[in-house]
Design a protein around this ligand. Structure first.
Ligand SMILES: [Zn+2]
Length: 186
C-alpha cells in the first residue's frame, strides 16, 4: 500500500474520506501511488515509454504526484472503479476518467503540474543558452570558423569570418541577439 505522506493535507484528508466511503460500501480499496520524488517519476516514466505501465505517466516535472496533489487508487471489484471516480468528483475532486481510471487529484492539479513543468523547462533552456554562449565565446577566443558554423548552421562562411574579425563586444552582442536562431535551439 502506497503511503499518503507527502500529499498536501487537503488531499490526504479527502483520500482517507474516499477510502472510508469505499470500505463502507463493501468494496476493497487500495492506494497504489501517492507522492513521487523526481527520481521515482523518472523511473516510472521510463517504464511507461517502454510500454510497461497499464496507465499513462507524465514526464518528470509534469506530474501532479510530484507536487503531492494526486494519488492512484484501485478498487476491487474493478468494475466499480468508475463509480468511485464519479464519487470523487462529487466530493469536489478531479478524476482521471477513462484514460487514467486510477488517478485522483485536487481540482486543476494536473494543469498546475504541467505549468510548473514548463516553467522549469524554460529555466533549464535558459541555462542551456547560457552554456552555449560560454562555448561560443571560447570559439571566438580560438577563432574557430568551423566550430562557429557548426553551432549556427544558417551562417555563411563569410559571415562567420566577419563575426570573428569583429571586436569581442560586437561578437557578444551578435551572439545574444542570435540565440533565437533555430540552429541554436537544440
Ligand atoms: Zn496518477
Amino acid at each position: 500500500m502506497a503511503s499518503l505522506s507527502g500529499l498536501v493535507d487537503e488531499l490526504r484528508d479527502a483520500a482517507w474520506e474516499l477510502d472510508a466511503a469505499v470500505a463502507q460500501s463493501g468494496l476493497v480499496g487500495k492506494f497504489t501511488s501517492g507522492y513521487r520524488s523526481r527520481s521515482q517519476q523518472t523511473r516510472l516514466y521510463r517504464a511507461y515509454l517502454a510500454g510497461n505501465t497499464a496507465f499513462p505517466v507524465a514526464a518528470p516535472g509534469f506530474s501532479a504526484h510530484e507536487y503531492g496533489e494526486a494519488f492512484d487508487y484501485v478498487v476491487a471489484p474493478y468494475k466499480y472503479q468508475a463509480d468511485v471516480g464519479q464519487y470523487w468528483v462529487s466530493m469536489g475532486g478531479e478524476w482521471g476518467g477513462a484514460g487514467d481510471m486510477v488517478h485522483f487529484e485536487l481540482p486543476g492539479a494536473s494543469a498546475r503540474a504541467k505549468q510548473r513543468g514548463e516553467a522549469a523547462q524554460g529555466e533549464s533552456f535558459g541555462a542551456t543558452v547560457a552554456g552555449g554562449i560560454t562555448t561560443a565565446i571560447d570559439f571566438y577566443g580560438g577563432s574557430s570558423i568551423a566550430a562557429l558554423l557548426s553551432m549556427f548552421p544558417s551562417l555563411s562562411k563569410n559571415q562567420a569570418l566577419e563575426l570573428l574579425s569583429q571586436p569581442y563586444e560586437s561578437f557578444q552582442k551578435w551572439l545574444i541577439s542570435s540565440i533565437s536562431l533555430p540552429g541554436f535551439k537544440k
